[in-house]
Write a protein that binds this ligand. Structure first.
Ligand code: HEC
Ligand code: HEC
Ligand code: HEC
Ligand code: HEC
Ligand code: HEC
Length: 466
């Protein structure tokens, strides 16, 4: 009597090779999961591939198995009927089989929902997005820098809600295929280019209030010349950030009632022939045209935070500025002769891969001092080595030869010196029918208190000594 239900279950599960394969997969996935689970229970899986295995691969196998079982039973219907008919007490056997499948299904739903819940959770982590797949290495590396290192990738790249999530997963699947077939673009298009970004209301403005007034910000930057003594100068700007009804940079574009729309001619949105300004509070409305002017077929965008702060999360540096920063921080000793010029040449040179750069950048610097300044090379080895390490670190967080990401691949729109940035619109060339232009007046966005001065008086007055 007791062996009947197990026999009927056995009949059902073995009636077709597909259901047998299904049972094998479910069992395999179930056991594997139990074995790797302890490693992932702590919440943090340090190894991205274990995460991929535990949260994605195993659940995929598990569900595939679950689906195969009923398909197999359906396909093997005739054999099932024959074999069941041969059983002595068919009805009890079927009932027991029914109970068996009901219990197993309940158990599988519990395990399965656990698996899929964790898979969904895991897919929103920075580790999954940034580390599972090496094509994200540039952004993952740049994202480690403050202040947004705690803001997960999904916060900006996946819209909240089910539709946003589904869209994100569909795009993700397509990208996964591109990676598998090695057909993904190099460099990867920026997210503004492919319109894959969540609006700033749903991202930036969760943490930063649009209408907040931000007082003038003092911005001090040190520059080093490419001469023997790496001559240092400083530029002091007062950035008129403002905000809300008080105008300034933020208020002008994002203040109450303000709505700015623009049309872009290229995917990177660098050429902007049409800009519309509207203020529902004052009733003002102006349309500015430049170059080829309005063309109804161009895509139109509403201006938001990321039109200026496009590199808020993962910023790639300008080679020159990155070295200046390292010199100012003391990571590179500014007293090493020609270190700015030599360092810049070394990090801007092209290398086949990471390994070649890791060898040739340090060798290049030590070689330079051995040849040109033998006594410096002899006496200041630790400083030269530290400088070489700093140069290599700059290179490695900005250049990724295999992905064709190099200096200037991803522009920063916040400014106008390294790329057009603000001057995409504020170039004096965008004008209304009556000749009014979008201002390029040097004192509108910042007051230049000192420009490339060796020792700005204003810093002494303010007590800023560095
Ligand atoms: C605070 C918001 C924010 C966060 C967090 C963020 N990104 Fe982005 N990401 C952006 C914006 C904005 C762009 C578009 C930049 C542009 O078009 O110039 C972008 C672009 C990209 C691109 C296209 C290539 C490029 O660099 O332009 C990739 C890939 C990318 N992000 C991956 C990631 C990954 C991986 C993470 C997490 C490690 C992440 N992002 C976190 C806002 C964010
Ligand atoms: C989860 C919260 C969060 C989100 C989302 C977020 N930020 Fe921030 N942001 C912060 C914090 C925290 C700081 C650091 C504040 C500080 O250091 O005073 C910061 C700092 C900044 C700064 C100052 C940077 C600096 O170098 O001083 C800018 C600019 C900025 N955020 C812009 C943005 C933009 C643009 C977005 C959307 C693309 C965004 N943030 C999304 C939390 C967030
Ligand atoms: C028109 C371009 C533009 C837009 C649009 C814009 N910003 Fe800014 N923002 C700037 C500039 C320029 C600065 C000053 C940068 C500096 O100090 O060097 C700044 C500074 C900031 C800072 C740093 C303030 C500080 O304390 O130093 C934060 C935070 C910030 N913006 C957030 C935002 C958010 C959030 C939005 C969208 C609601 C936004 N910005 C929209 C241009 C813009
Ligand atoms: C997409 C076009 C566009 C870009 C890019 C842009 N702006 Fe503007 N900006 C405008 C428009 C349009 C106005 C309002 C003109 C008007 O009043 O008719 C404006 C006004 C301003 C004003 C107020 C000017 C005044 O006369 O009071 C400031 C300040 C400003 N922008 C700063 C910036 C800064 C800083 C950046 C770059 C970080 C920037 N803008 C980038 C379109 C742009
Ligand atoms: C539409 C706003 C706007 C206008 C107009 C403008 N600037 Fe700027 N300027 C900026 C912003 C934004 C930055 C970058 C601040 C940052 O990097 O955070 C900047 C940076 C600079 C810097 C510092 C560059 C560096 O290497 O650090 C100088 C110098 C400068 N501007 C000069 C000028 C001059 C000269 C004019 C007049 C032709 C001018 N600016 C007009 C917005 C503007």
């Amino acid at each position: 009597m007791d062996e009947k239900p197990s026999r009927s279950v056995f009949v059902l599960l073995t009636s077709h090779w597909l259901s047998m394969a299904g049972v094998a997969l479910v069992t395999l996935a179930g056991f594997s999961w139990i074995f790797v689970l302890p490693a992932s229970l702590g919440g943090h899986v340090e190894n991205p591939y274990i995460g991929l295995l535990v949260f994605i691969a195993i659940p995929a196998v598990f569900f595939a198995g679950l689906v195969l079982i009923p398909i197999g039973i359906a396909l093997g219907k005739r054999r099932v009927a024959q074999q069941l008919a041969a059983l002595p007490d068919r009805r009890t056997a079927l009932r027991r089989a029914g109970i068996f499948f009901a219990v197993m299904t309940a158990a599988n739903v519990v395990i399965g929902s656990q698996l899929s819940y964790r898979a969904v959770e895991h897919m929103d982590t920075t580790q999954f997005c940034g580390q599972s797949c090496h094509v994200m290495k540039p952004e993952f590396t740049a994202h480690l820098m403050p202040p947004h290192q705690q803001v997960v990738c999904a916060a900006c790249h996946i819209a909240p809600g089910t539709t946003g999530w589904l869209k994100g997963k569909m795009a993700g699947t397509r990208q996964l295929m591109e990676v598998i077939f090695n057909s993904f673009p190099r460099p990867i298009e920026s997210a503004l280019e492919s319109n894959r970004l969540v609006s700033s209301t749903e991202t930036c403005e969760q943490c930063h209030a649009r209408q907040k007034y931000i007082g003038p910000r003092l911005r001090v930057t040190a520059k080093y010349q490419p001469d023997e003594s790496n001559t240092r100068t400083e530029t002091v700007l007062t950035m008129l950030v403002g905000g809300g009804a008080l105008g300034g940079i933020h208020g002008a574009h994002m203040g109450p009632g303000v709505r700015i729309r623009y049309a872009a001619q290229d995917k990177k949105r660098q050429t902007i022939p049409w800009v519309e300004y509207r203020n529902t509070d004052t009733g003002a409305a102006r349309t500015y045209l430049a170059g080829s002017g309005a063309n109804p077929s161009l895509p139109v965008f509403e201006m938001q935070c990321v039109d200026c702060h496009n590199r808020a999360a993962h910023r790639f540096e300008d080679a020159d500025r990155a070295i200046d920063q390292a010199l100012a921080d003391g990571q590179i000793a500014a007293t090493l002769p020609f270190v700015k010029k030599t360092g810049l040449t070394l990090i801007q040179a092209s290398y086949q891969n990471d390994a070649e750069a890791a060898q040739r950048i340090p060798e290049g610097l030590t070689g330079f001092y051995r040849q040109a300044y033998p006594d410096v090379a002899a006496k200041r080895t630790p400083e030269i080595q530290a400088a070489a390490a700093a140069l290599l670190a700059i290179y490695q967080r900005n250049v990724f030869p295999d992905l064709k990401v190099t200096w200037g691949t991803y522009l920063n729109n916040l400014g106008h010196v390294d790329s057009p940035g603000c001057f995409r619109c504020h170039d004096g060339g965008h004008s209304t029918a009556s000749g009014q232009t979008i201002t390029q007046d040097c004192d509108t966005c910042h007051k230049a208190v000192a420009v490339e001065e060796p020792s700005p008086e204003v810093l002494k007055t303010l007590g800023i000594t560095r």
